[in-house]
Write a protein that binds this ligand. Sequence first.
Ligand code: PEP
Ligand code: MN
Length: 340
Amino acid sequence: MIIVVKQKHDQKQLDRLIEWVKSQGLDVDLSIGAHSTVLGLIGDTSKIDIDLVNALDIVESVKRIQEPFKCANRKFHPEDTVVKVGDAVFGGGNFVLVAGPCSVESEEQIIGIAKEVKKAGAKVLRGGAFKPRTSPYSFQGLRGSGIELLLKAKAETGLPIVTEVMSVSQLELFENVDIIQIGARNMQNFELLKEVGKLRKPILLKRGLANTIEEWLMSAEYIMSEGNKDIILCERGIRTFETATRNTLDLSAVPVLRELTHLPVIIDPSHASGVARLVPPLSMAAAGVGADGLIIEVHNDPKKALCDGAQSITPDQFADLAKRVNAILPYVDKKQIEGI
Ligand code: PEP
Ligand code: MN
């Protein structure tokens, strides 16, 4: 349920209204925008008498939200959520490049790539330490020491880091990680979602391989209902009957999500396509459709990569892609990336 408050209201009346809502056993999400002030009511609102609330002096309108996702709903929070991490600003008309290897392989590799992608305009460094591999015989990641190496790359370059957590037991190693990634395979690991919801750290929530947009938003809801509101959604391709690409990039998810939610949305063209040469055109399309950023796999020597070499681009290719994407941004009302 949302309560839209009249533009001209008195702060005391608003405080009293919030207190009353809380006394009904509900939580309140207060969204103060340039054009409206909205109270989002969280919890079981079935006992709230809409007519009674509507009759209050301060109230403009009251609506029940039909969609099952509430905190993530644009109706709940009409303004874009803006997630700030270091120099990276996700949402609110900004565009962020996140780049780095699929997996952290060595100190030299991660620091070398970090320096290159930073020069090309990346504001966040990616790199997997815990890797969800289809085969148990494939490289599983450097695990805890991979996180240590990411932190060294961060110290060296100043870039904040994003890396994937696969289970609750690993979370203690993520204390100094800037953004925690929930991978596609864990999008519906509800215990993990609840646990990261208790943190005060941004979460990059990837779309599950075969999940609908509504299911994805319900996963965001799991995190938000625990109190963590800093979520960045990431479309990374879904399973379809098509086999020419690793997955099918659902670009329509971007404008659809823009209507449904206030959360920022980025695109991962690397996992979506599985093919390095498709990454630049899909990145351009993602910018064109209004995404808030890109997460791209970049490797210094893709042929020798321990994971996902076929979809990894080189630092030079990344620098070229960044320039091309940057040229599109003014057409979609996004701020350009400075200095590239
Ligand atoms: C990744 O980003 O390295 C990854 C494993 O992605 P996804 O969960 O989208 O497959
Ligand atoms: Mn990968």
